[in-house]
Design a protein around this ligand. Structure first.
Ligand code: PLP
Length: 351
């Protein structure tokens, strides 16, 4: 830290992304990337646009937003796009909580929520998950601030139903409820349909996981036109071109090729079911996941040891050294082959 950093940021604990080590080729099961490549149409669209990089991108992202609106049955004015869904979550904390504003999210969830809360000086409270790591929706009824829930939740992978989410949205009419659906395409129910009925609901999704575009940085969100205009106000006060030319085109091509991505999602779900069975057979407790990862603990080896022993053997998983979950590891679902390697290395470690 330099002596110039202002007070407000000196105690800020930044988000720590999953490691991306360059020292060897790992089986990378630590950042929930999709194991399958983008579709050929997406690669073609991005390459085509590369030749026009001297131009600014379209700040309205009209083509991309129309493509998303078409697929999800809403209007362009109900769709927001941004440079990764982290960007949208950041703007949501800024716009709908802000300095001293109240915010609520689960104690065990996506680590960035705390960071955004700290960054913007929000007065946030965490709501404990139940002993089985589920979310009790009743704990979010009638609160007095912004509510942010990942559905499915991370790193547990457990999901609430649309009815349970609707109960939360309905009982908080004076506050925005953000549902972060980063993993929804892997088997959970989406709340996008509720945005037509409730003007306090913001549903956030991303191209990073189910659409194999983590490196392109593209997030999107659904809400009534008022909330979208609020997010736009912040975008146009920060960086109007926050979705670049190549990503805009790649995103529209990915939407046009939706069947390819949904087929990959079904394949990942099948691999998830198979991997969970194999881990349970080895004595693991595996939470019921609707995401592209499993959250699992061994009855024989602690979470940190398993993480380190797997890394030595060329397999990266994500370990969080925080209360309640340090016995667990979060394991991204890779290809069938990668999960075979994972299981065989775990067998070796267990002896
Ligand atoms: C990966 C993830 C995000 C961020 O996705 P980007 O669009 O890549 O910024 C947001 N929320 C959750 C819960 C995630 O796991």
């Amino acid at each position: 830290m330099s002596r110039y950093l202002i007070n407000q940021y000196q105690s800020l604990e930044a988000y720590v992304p999953g490691e991306q080590p360059q020292d060897m080729r790992y089986v990378k099961l630590n950042t929930n990337e999709n194991p399958y490549p983008p579709s050929p149409a997406v690669i073609e669209a991005a390459s085509r646009e590369a030749g026009r990089l001297q131009l600014y991108s379209d700040p309205v992202c009209a083509t991309l937003r129309d493509a998303i609106a078409g697929l999800y049955g809403v209007k362009r004015e109900n769709v927001y796009v941004s440079n990764g869904s982290d960007d949208i979550l950041n703007f949501a904390f800024m716009a709908f909580a802000g300095r001293g504003g109240k915010a609520y999210f689960p104690d065990i969830s996506y680590g960035f929520y705390r960071v955004f809360g700290d960054l913007h000086g929000c007065d946030y409270r965490t709501v404990p998950l139940e002993d089985d790591f589920s979310i009790d929706p009743a704990k979010y009824h009638g609160l007095d601030g912004l509510i942010v829930i990942a559905n499915p939740n991370a790193p547990t992978g457990m999901a609430l139903s649309v009815d349970e989410i609707e109960g939360i949205v309905r009982t908080n009419p004076d506050h925005v409820v953000v549902i972060d659906e980063a993993y929804v395409d892997f088997g959970a129910e989406s709340c996008v349909g509720l945005t037509a009925k409730y003007d306090n609901l913001l549903v956030v999704q991303t191209f990073s996981k189910s659409r194999s575009m983590a490196g392109a940085r593209l997030g999107f969100a659904f809400a009534n036109a008022g909330l979208i205009a609020d997010l736009d106000r912040i975008k146009y006060s920060t960086n109007p071109y926050n979705v670049n030319l190549m990503t805009c085109a790649a995103g529209a091509a990915a939407i046009a090729d939706n069947a390819y991505y949904m087929a990959n999602c079904r394949r990942i779900e099948a691999t998830r079911t198979d991997t969970a069975e194999r881990l349970r057979a080895l004595g693991f407790t595996v939470l019921p996941s609707k995401a592209n990862f499993l959250f699992a603990k061994s009855d024989r080896v602690d979470g940190d040891t398993l993480y380190r022993e797997l890394k030595k053997r060329g397999v990266l998983v994500r370990h969080f050294n925080t209360p309640r979950i340090r016995d667990y590891n979060r394991i991204t679902i890779g290809t069938e082959g990668e999960m075979g390697i994972l299981v065989s290395k775990i067998r070796e470690i267990l002896g």
